[in-house]
Design a protein around this ligand. Structure first.
Ligand code: SF4
Length: 335
């Protein structure tokens, strides 16, 4: 059996398994491209369990692309607060302006041209919303497929996704949406990334070459990971009366346009009396922040900062998760 024959043989057992075993998720059964799009963007880099509640709240607040387009970007960022990778929210808002004006695109190229949509997301939206044979290949799908085929292709090489997408295109069934979701589901609950895959529950147990040779955990093959860069930061939680100092991050790069407690280069005591300090670490994809936070009673209301009460911050300022560790200070002003 060659690779294409093996993939073709894998389609029906996978679909049958998916029908029996798929999880009930709030976005499942949605064929409205807007809903599929929002769920797929939220699911990038974020666990299903974490997304569920955000998705329901987001849909209640922005039920259509028009509602999203008309909202203020700060409000969208606030609704996204805690999900991370905030450029996704900015791009959703930007793309909603296009969709509100021209309608949701209904071709792969049209969907792919929306801000923030890559090959994977465009493939998922087209498969699920329009039943088009557009493969969506991410790390999860690559893991499952490299195991099925015992393929030693390096999944970090730029061409690998395209190679698997073109093989999948050859075997795509009419149930495009189910097939696309079934691949993801298998990777999420059976052919799992951490620990041993649950081969005994897998619809491919008689087809899978990695299982046959008992080499499941050798796949996927990855390039060596580069170490994350460590950045040391001093974060100032500065209060004056009932108000706290905030600054807005630059409009590009990490956490673009989000609000944060100011980072300082000089000593915290230059701003007033240090009440307490605390160390914290936050891990991004390529960078680690090793932070020391200082709660400081300001000796004056420094004009370079924006000042807001704890209530106002909770209501209107989107603060990224990296700073959540210091938030108890602003509600209680102690650790
Ligand atoms: S048989 Fe095991 S290794 Fe192969 S696809 Fe299924 S869960 Fe993954």
């Amino acid at each position: 059996m060659n690779e294409i024959q093996r993939l073709r043989a894998a389609v029906s057992p996978l679909l049958a398994w998916y029908n029996q075993n798929k999880r009930t998720l709030p976005w499942r059964g949605a064929f409205d491209p807007y809903r599929v799009w929002v769920s797929e963007i939220m699911l990038q880099q974020t666990r299903v369990e974490a997304v569920k509640e955000y998705y329901l709240r987001f849909m209640a607040r922005f039920p259509t692309a028009k509602a999203l387009a008309e909202a203020d970007v700060e409000e969208v960022l606030k609704a996204w607060e805690g999900l991370g990778y905030y450029s996704r929210a900015r791009n959703l808002h930007k793309a909603a302006q296009i969709i509100a004006e021209h309608g949701f695109p209904n071709t792969f190229e049209g969907v792919r041209a929306l801000p923030g949509v890559g090959d994977y997301t465009a493939g998922a939206i087209c498969s699920i919303a329009y039943s088009l044979p557009c493969p969506a290949v991410d790390g999860n799908v690559l893991r499952v497929l490299t195991r099925l085929l015992a393929s030693g292709e390096n999944i970090d090489a730029p061409e690998t996704k395209a190679n698997f997408a073109s093989r999948l295109r050859e075997v795509y069934p009419a149930e495009a949406g189910d097939f696309c979701q079934a691949l993801m589901e298998l990777g999420a609950i059976v052919c799992v990334p951490n620990g041993a895959p649950l081969c005994g529950e897998c619809p491919w147990q008689n087809l899978c070459l990695a299982r046959e040779s008992e080499t499941q955990e050798n796949y996927p093959v990855r390039a060596e990971k580069r170490a994350r860069k460590i950045e040391r930061k001093k974060a100032l939680v500065l209060f004056y009366g009932e108000e706290f100092a905030l600054v807005k991050r630059e409009d590009k790069g990490l956490l673009a346009g989000m609000w944060q407690f100011p980072f300082i280069e000089d000593g915290a005591e230059n701003y007033g009396e240090v009440v307490v300090e605390k160390r914290a670490k936050h891990i991004f994809t390529h960078v680690e922040w090793h932070m020391t936070g200082y709660l400081v009673r300001a000796r004056e209301k420094f004009p370079q900062f924006v000042w807001a009460s704890a209530e106002k911050i909770a209501e209107s300022y989107a603060i990224p998760s990296a700073f959540k560790v210091f938030l108890p200070w602003i509600t209680r002003k102690v650790n």
